[in-house]
Write a protein that binds this ligand. Structure first.
Ligand code: NAD
Length: 380
């Protein structure tokens, strides 16, 4: 068993998800590599100590990430901190020669993202990937397999989205994700967007332009003291794009919504093609809808309960249900697999790349410009 020694910077919601995935690594069958969390850092030491109390391999707890980066016994870092800190900390991690799985959006804005990309270019031996777990749901993974097999025919149109709804409650307290200084001008696009564009970009469906409709629904929220303060970021975004590939052109509708009533964490993708249409949504995590078509034949949607089968084999029986933390585990397997095996990884779906994250930044930047001009903006 090859152990990859990890440091975690940012021990909040997502940091703890990694701890949980690493702790149940034996859930994955027949892998000869595993992450081992040896060091943790959080500005709030109580958050870091959560790890100390639960993860026996942790030997360093600090509130100074530079101390963690100086540790020569650390191979890789998972960084899950607020967006305004991405550029500085990711660049420092990469320059320290540590492999990095960084959280999205990979920089608070385009300029921050470009700084990260420049550091990657100067340190080509470091593996850097961006977190995006939903493509590892079995239904989504199957939709990707059908792409690799060329099953859709000519693409008619595509729709993808990620919808939340807890912000419908005007009494929900403000946090860093609702402030421009910490979350960024992109608002919901920065927060939810890479999840939406990861698969389309992986399939080669780069938007050539965008017309964005952005909405602020709840203008203020209570802070910890109960005072009402401005809720600054965009709540909802609908992006109408035209995709042009070497051999086809089609419309693509991307939506990122913090206020989509009734949708707790709904990630979906719908692809309509002349030979096959298919749809997967985490709302019905077991099901994939598909409609294979031959000219003149019947047009009938088929709904299948997909087996518990993602990128990597597990101990779980095929009939059982797959969930968010399973997708996180699979994503981590893909990152560690690529780190250990490079291009010879055990299955073909690698984590989102910095180039895909950079493409998402160009799209969201163009979307902000489209909002200002109320016009379609060409992608640079
Ligand atoms: N992949 C996903 O599904 C997913 C889901 C939620 C959040 N995220 C992303 O994860 C990242 C973190 O989000 P979260 O929800 O875990 O936030 P969080 O607020 O729960 O955790 C962030 C942690 O970073 C710590 N921190 C702040 N400044 C720091 C510093 N200078 N050094 C070290 N630690 C510092 C905070 O104390 C906090 O514990 C963001 O980039 C967010 O977009 C990803």
């Amino acid at each position: 068993m090859k152990h990859i020694r990890f440091g975690v910077i940012g021990c909040g919601l997502m940091g703890r998800e990694f701890a949980s995935a690493a702790a149940r690594w034996f859930h994955l069958s027949d892998l000869d590599f595993a992450p081992q969390i040896v060091a943790v850092c959080d500005a709030n030491l109580a958050a870091a100590n959560w790890f100390k109390q639960r993860v026996p391999t942790v030997r360093l707890v600090t509130n100074d990430y530079q101390e963690l980066l100086m540790d020569k016994e650390i191979d890789a870092v998972y960084c899950a901190v607020p967006h305004h800190l991405h550029a500085q900390i990711y660049v420092d991690i990469i320059r320290a020669g540590k492999h990095l799985l960084g959280e999205k959006p990979f920089g608070i804005d385009l300029q921050a993202n470009e700084a990260i990309l420049a550091a990657i270019e100067q340190n080509p031996n470091v593996l850097v990937r961006c977190s995006s777990e939903f493509p590892f749901f079995p239904g989504a993974y199957r939709i990707g397999q059908w792409i690799r097999e060329g099953r859709y025919g000519q693409i008619i149109d595509v729709e993808a989205g990620f919808w939340h709804s807890s912000d419908l409650d005007p009494g929900k307290m403000i946090n860093w994700k609702r402030r421009v200084a910490t979350n960024g001008e992109y608002g919901c696009m920065g927060d939810l967007g890479i999840h939406v564009v990861h698969l389309p970009l992986r399939f080669g469906w780069r938007p050539k332009n965008v017309r964005a409709l952005l909405a602020k629904v709840v203008p203020e929220r209570p802070d910890k003291q109960g005072q009402m303060v401005p809720c600054e970021t965009w709540d909802n975004a609908v992006l109408g794009c035209e995709v042009q590939t070497p051999d086809q052109a089609f419309p693509m509708l991307l939506s990122m919504k913090r206020i989509a009533p009734g949708n707790a964490n709904t990630w979906f993708i719908r692809i309509n093609g002349t030979k096959l249409s298919a749809e997967f949504s985490t709302k019905h995590p077991k099901q994939v809808r598909s409609l294979p078509y031959t000219p003149g034949g019947a047009q009938a949607w088929r709904i299948e309960d997909v087996p518990y089968q993602s990128a990597y084999q597990t101990i779980t029986g095929e009939i059982f249900e797959f969930g968010f933390s399973d997708a996180i585990l699979q994503m981590w397997a893909a990152f560690c697999d690529e780190l250990v095996n490079g291009k010879a990884m055990l299955q073909p779906f690698y984590c989102a790349t910095p180039q895909e994250a950079a493409e998402s930044h160009r799209l969201f930047t163009a979307a902000l410009a489209s909002r200002v001009s109320a016009a379609t903006v060409a992608m640079a």
